[in-house]
Write a protein that binds this ligand. Structure first.
Ligand code: ADP
Ligand code: MG
Ligand code: MG
Length: 915
């Protein structure tokens, strides 16, 4: 820990900078950076994140020396602002703000107008000449301090003591809006608040400014570990040990009258990425008023206007707007990144209160990255790093069918139109609270709220989409939904929501809890009933070819970004696909081969399962062979389709893997029906089914163990592969089949199967007269999915020409977790921090990863050109892809729709390694 705890910014001088994000938190670092750039920022100082960590390590005690540093810095702030903390003539008021390394919007607490008491208020009145303003500040301060520091913040459903008193006062005065309360009303409220606080907490409200300051600092550090912050960190995988910084900053006032305002803005559209400055503001307001959604904000510029009635900042205060434009351009150029700004205007003077990298949808991320390269702001490598691979999922997610939507609208089912706050299509049952959404977690739901708050995170996470009546593009609902990649329509002012009755009314129509609605986050439309979703633009252009590339900016920009990624990456990317359709999708998404074709998936198509069952139930080899002969042409046809589609790219085909029991019926009726069709007595069949049952099928008679017991199965599959290859190569198409033996743990298991495969390959080549021309090129290899296989890899590589890591099984076998049963306790493990994430989602690098490394090292020691890849689910997980790159695999293979994600992750792995 460094000896310095506090970093000053103000008067164009700053001790911190944007580079010191880990130490100062994002907010503190960027406040310092803006100050250094000469942008007007109220002076203040940042207490570092190290103090937060030390505070928790040290039983909630501050490091010695901190207090002195805070006092010295406060003196500097007083000097910079020409005001004095707690003064009765010219009081300095402070805001105390949290700020972690990464932004956690609305998760932690802020206290504004700190330093007020019955003496200082006199100074504020004198200085501002505005009594109402002064008491508005005082009222806000006592309320925020009560909520945040004295823990009187209402939990969901609890009584909000402060709001109750405000409502009472409004009723008493016969007014509707907070803004209609007079200075005296507010003054009375302050006294009532203090009295209530004393009743509830048993202690007098602290009037001493220093006591207030330390109370607030401690509360902000404390908010790092509040329930919602912990929940947010869990969902967003943010480590708890980072801690938050505390920013203590002098106040500026957006609530000083009609020439004052507060607002938020994005330098580009965060939903679509369009290069248009977008923002919202409220006149005579402070703090969270804009994002809270209690008053509807106005657009900052003409371009953002939805209707003529709302006057923009550009029109109302052109001078200030001009300055705001200059500032945003300066910031975007400086950070070379889309920014999310918070500003306040005090009597016509603009102050910046925050800037940070703006959160955005996947659509916006791609567009902004590509366009910033075109603008010369960033290079291609930076662009590739700007899009989180997982975000590409959004680009491929279904959208509504345009025709169906037009029909719904013509049927008068368009309920309302709000802001297209986060793109995507969602249909589901209406619920009105986060709890109800969670209670219906298995169903599709749309969470409908007046506005959302951080308490709603859990519910937003399980809902299909979010619809709010209030708030804009920068409201909590909009920001969080975009972060989660969920469709959201916000600010749908026409909805009259009644939580008590669990219904909303719009256009005279009543929608109750459980009714279906659809929301279109691309257009902002809310439609009654369920709408069918339709393939995304990317899928329409690339796969279905129902849309032309030149008609889709999105598809063009996506392809551009992908081509940059391909230029950078070293890892190959293949797809896991079992049908010609999936193979085609994988190929169109850029797969350079098939990493896993599961033959057993083909056993279920049509009436094939009958022949499979006949084979399993056969009494002897002859009976099995007869059934297998029926399967042969079908498998061959499948492979022909796949080889044609892959045209010269490698295709790995895995031999039969699952236990045979999985192919048999289990319910009595089914068994009887099958017995009838096979012409055997049901008891006999039942006995057979029972005899195949295993205590622990995942460790039972499966994988190469089957092929060893029933060589005729392996022979048939090999024959199907090579005959298909021979057929296709007669058509002039190049084929590279790779036959893969599953679940090998001992090299002799592999040799046993390899001999059979090679024998069949040679027979087929002879029969097709291909031997003369050098024969077909093919490989025989194995999966590495048992710890013993990884450990004995040097022996296995003597025989196997390639390794493919089956990390699902390898994880099961390494941890001893049954994948089908681990769901019960894995979530708890992650929650308690025993594991950082489910090892089935992202590779456990320390354990499973170690086996992978050992296997590669030992395998390549024997066979230098051993081809190594991965075909488990992990092949499409960005963190795992990075790991595969680091350990020197040749390729990753994943499901077709994740191929672009893997391509991008593979490119990022190269760039991250270079750094
Ligand atoms: P969050 O991290 O939740 O965004 P902030 O620390 O940014 O919290 O504070 C919330 C809001 O409080 C800001 O958007 C701003 O409107 C207001 N605020 C914070 N600091 C000041 C200040 N020094 N002067 C005026 N308003 C402030
Ligand atoms: Mg903020
Ligand atoms: Mg397996």
């Amino acid at each position: 820990m460094t000896e310095k705890y506090v970093y000053f910014f103000g008067d164009r001088e700053s001790e911190g900078s944007a580079k010191m994000r880990d130490l100062l938190g994002g907010k503190g670092a960027d406040l310092a950076e803006m100050t250094g750039l000469g942008i007007r920022v109220p002076a203040g100082f940042t207490i570092s994140t190290e103090v937060c960590s030390a505070y928790y390590k040290n039983n909630e005690n501050y490091p010695p020396g901190l207090e002195k540093e805070v006092e010295e810095n406060l003196k500097k702030v007083e000097k910079a602002m020409g005001a004095k903390f707690g003064d009765e003539e010219n009081p300095l008021l402070l805001s105390v703000r949290s700020g972690a390394r990464v932004s956690m919007p609305g998760m932690m607490d802020t206290v504004l107008n700190l330093g007020l008491n019955d003496t200082a208020i006199q100074g504020l009145i004198k200085k501002s000449g505005n009594k109402r303003f002064a008491y508005d500040c005082y009222r806000r301060f006592v309320q925020m301090y009560g909520e945040v520091v004295l823990e009187l913040k209402p939990e969901e459903k609890e009584e909000d003591y402060f709001e109750v008193l405000i409502e009472q006062k409004k009723k008493e005065r016969g007014v509707k809006l907070d803004t209609e309360l007079t200075a005296d009303d507010l003054k009375a409220l302050v006294q009532q608040f203090k009295k209530m606080i004393q009743e509830k907490t048993g202690a007098k409200f602290p009037d001493e400014p220093y006591q207030q300051l330390w109370g607030a600092i401690t509360a902000v550090f404390g908010s790092w570990n509040n329930r919602r912050a912990i929940e947010y960190r869990r969902i967003n995988k943010i480590p708890g040990h980072w801690g938050t910084a505390v920013n203590v900053q002098s106040m500026v006032y957006g609530n000083m009258g009609d020439d004052s305002a507060t607002g938020v803005a994005f330098t580009r559209n965060p939903a679509t990425g369009e290069k248009k400055f977008y923002g919202e503001f409220l006149v005579n307001a402070q703090g969270e008023d804009v994002v809270a959604g209690t008053r509807t904000p106005r657009p900052v510029n003409r371009a953002g206007k939805k209707d003529e009635r709302s006057i923009s900042l550009e029109e109302e205060m052109p001078g200030v707007y001009q300055e705001l434009e200059e500032v945003y351009q300066k910031l975007e150029r400086h950070f070379r990144e889309m920014q999310d700004l918070e500003f306040t205007i005090q009597q016509g003077k603009l102050y910046l209160l925050q800037t940070r990298t703006g959160k955005r949808t996947g659509f916006a991320a791609v567009r902004i990255a590509v366009e910033m390269v075109e603008e010369g702001l960033i290079n291609k490598e930076e662009a590739v790093l700007r899009v989180a691979p997982e975000q590409l999922v959004q680009l491929m997610a279904p959208i509504f069918n345009q025709e169906e939507k037009v029909r719904a609208i013509s049927e008068n089912r368009l309920l309302a139109k709000g802001l297209n706050a986060s793109p995507g299509a969602a249909s589901g049952k209406v619920v009105f609270s986060a709890e109800d959404a969670i209670a219906r977690a298995g169903e599709k739901t749309i969470l409908v709220r007046l506005e959302t708050s951080p308490e709603d995170i859990g519910g937003m996470n399980v809902a299909q989409g979010i619809l709010t009546a209030r708030g804009g593009m920068t409201s909590h609902a909009a920001v969080v939904a975009r972060g989660m990649g969920k469709p959201c329509v916000a600010g749908c002012g026409d909805l009259e929501i009644n939580y008590a009755k669990k219904e909303f009314v719009v256009k005279g129509e009543k929608i109750k809890e459980g009714d279906n609605i659809s929301i279109d986050g691309i257009s902002g439309e809310v439609i009654k009933g369920e709408l069918e979703a339709y393939p995304s633009e990317i899928v329409q252009v690339l796969i279905d070819q129902t849309m032309k590339e030149e008609d889709s900016l999105l598809a063009r920009q996506f392809l551009t970004l992908m081509s940059w990624a391909d230029d950078i990456r070293r890892l190959g990317v293949r797809g896991n696909a079992d049908t010609p359709r999936d193979v085609k999708v994988a190929r169109k998404f850029g797969a350079e081969g098939i990493g896993l074709c599961r033959t057993e998936h083909m056993f279920f198509g049509g009436n094939r399962i009958d022949s499979v069952r006949e084979m399993i139930l056969a009494e002897d080899v002859e009976g099995r062979k007869k059934a297998l002969e029926k399967l042969l042409p079908m498998q061959r046809e499948d492979f022909i389709g796949i080889f044609r589609e892959m045209d010269g790219l490698p295709v790995i085909i895995r031999l039969l893997d699952p236990p045979l029991h999985e192919f048999l019926p289990h319910r009595d009726e089914e068994i009887e029906e099958l017995a009838r069709s096979l012409g055997v007595p049901p008891e006999k069949l039942r006995a057979k089914v029972t005899s195949l049952q295993e205590q622990n099928p995942m460790l039972g008679h499966r994988g190469c163990r089957l092929g060893i017991s029933y060589p005729e199965i392996t022979e048939m599959q090999a024959r199907a592969i090579f005959e298909a290859a021979a057929e296709v190569s007669k058509e002039g198409i190049k084929v590279i089949p790779e036959a893969m033996v599953p679940l090998v743990g001992e090299v002799k298991e592999f040799t046993n199967q390899k001999e059979l495969i090679v024998k069949v390959a040679e027979e087929v080549m002879r029969d097709y007269g291909l031997s003369a021309s050098g024969g077909l090129k093919y490989m025989v290899g194995t999966m590495i999915e048992l710890p013993r296989a990884a450990l004995t890899a040097s022996a296995i590589a003597e025989e196997a020409e390639f390794f493919s890591y089956g990390t699902n099984d390898l994880t099961q076998m390494c941890f001893g977790f049954s994948r089908d049963d681990a769901g019960k306790f894995l979530a708890e493990y992650v929650e308690r921090g025993i594991l950082p994430a489910s090892p089935f989602q992202t590779i456990d690098q320390e354990g499973v990863g170690e086996l992978i490394k050992i296997g590669i090292e030992r395998g390549r020691a024997t066979r230098r050109d051993l081809e190594v890849g991965i075909c488990g689910e992990h092949g499409g997980d960005p963190a795992s892809v990075e790991f595969c790159h680091q350990v020197g695999m040749d390729y990753v293979s994943c499901s077709p729709y994740r191929v672009p994600i893997a391509r991008l992750a593979a490119a990022q792995a190269v760039l991250k390694q270079r750094k």
